[in-house]
Ligand binder design. Structure first.
Ligand code: NAD
Length: 342
């Protein structure tokens, strides 16, 4: 089975998802939708990625720049089974009627409201629930990080309660006009932050509260998470479960001397394209277990953590025969997810 995929929006998330799709043996990247000519359009053209524009209006600018346009978004929709919408927050919901009319399956991003899709999605929590849905929404980067941890520990021990403080990166590296430049901003100023509500779109039964601040960094988010398990556990057993889980990387400060997001990224720069770290990074030495309470720090690379989940979401909506274990294995092998950065 070959799944024909289009990606609408070729920014931070869209370009990574498009490249990830092109690596899958059971998928074909039919094309990406670009609105204007810039260095990412030049990249697509020079890497033989077919370019489509939202409408005929934008095509002229591309042709003037010598970039071939294969058609409009509507043309692309006629040629694909699944469209991944990676346009800015809110645009996905505006695009939905077009997708529905074309009869294609849809994958949306976490910036959209949950109502945009039938299922809010995180592979390790609800891949099977999403299989066969016409549309899914891959939850945001912070929510993906929280859910990978929670669902991994829930499967092993049962999780009753979660409290988390989220230290958010102020902007992505390319966003030159966003801040904060010199402040710690309550973001949002109220508790719980929307991240808890977003986790509940996947795990409605969970007792979870989150609070968040934004800080002047572009590299990664950091979470301080406290989980209450159903029963008592040992630190050794919790570490064992995390070490065996897919998409989680334990980083020990003892041998590697890594104790910051800057050092995680510097290690990734030596081995990863774009220094992507789609794994959830759990700082091993921060893991503290006291009876049924687990406390730890983890880091989330906002630009890449949702990419494996997007690939799995495509399989889920396309009715792929791959099971949860099979999709995780296929996605992680092709994207090069590992248990360490060296
Ligand atoms: P982005 O701004 O980097 O990329 C969006 C791209 O879509 C840009 O290239 C823009 O030019 C293009 N675009 C704008 N309007 C368009 C239209 N009508 N048709 C086609 N293309 C259009 O944004 P992003 O960070 O990739 O975010 C996309 C989605 O992913 C959002 O829902 C966001 O919340 C979510 N998300 C972002 C991150 C992150 O940290 N950047 C992490 C997880 C999820």
């Amino acid at each position: 089975m070959e799944i024909r995929v289009g990606v609408n929006g070729f920014g931070t998330i869209g370009k990574r998802v498009a490249l990830a799709v092109s690596l899958q043996r059971d998928m074909r990247l039919v094309g990406v939708v670009k609105r204007s000519v810039d260095y990412t359009a030049m990249f697509a053209a020079s890497h033989s990625i077919p370019i489509y524009t939202p409408s005929h209006r934008e095509a002229e600018e591309f042709e003037k720049a010598g970039l071939k346009v294969e058609g409009t978004l509507e043309d692309l929709l006629r040629r694909v089974d699944v469209i991944v919408d990676a346009t800015p927050e809110g645009q996905g919901a505006r695009n939905k009627p077009l997708y529905e009319e074309a009869g294609v399956r849809q994958v949306y991003q976490g910036g959209e409201e949950p109502g945009v899709a039938e299922v809010s999605f995180s592979t390790l929590c609800n891949y099977d629930d999403a299989r066969g849905a016409r549309s899914v929404r891959v939850v945001s980067c912070n929510t993906t990080g929280l859910l990978r941890l929670i669902c991994t520990l829930h499967r092993a021990f049962g999780v009753e309660r979660v409290r988390a403080v989220i230290v958010r990166r102020g902007a992505d590296p390319r966003e030159v006009k966003r801040g904060p430049i010199n402040s710690i901003v309550l973001n949002p100023p109220t508790i719980p932050s929307h991240h808890a509500l977003d986790v509940k779109t996947v795990l409605p039964w969970l007792d979870i509260k989150t609070a968040a601040v934004a800080v002047p960094t572009t590299l990664m988010h950091v979470h301080h998470v406290t989980l209450t398990l159903r029963g008592e556990a040992s630190r050794a057993r919790v570490l064992e479960v995390l070490a065996e889980a897919p998409r989680i990387m334990l980083v020990s400060s003892r041998e590697s001397r890594i104790r910051s997001t800057a050092e995680v990224v510097e290690a990734a720069r030596m081995v990863r394209p774009r220094y992507d770290v789609p794994e959830l990074v759990v700082f091993e030495d921060s893991v503290s277990v006291d009876g049924s309470e687990v406390m730890l720090f983890q880091a989330v690379h906002q630009e890449s953590i949702v990419v494996p989940e997007n690939v799995d979401a495509i399989r889920a909506v396309a009715g792929s025969p791959l099971s949860l274990e099979e999709t995780v294995k296929a996605t992680d092998a092709t994207l090069g997810l590992t248990k360490s950065l060296w």
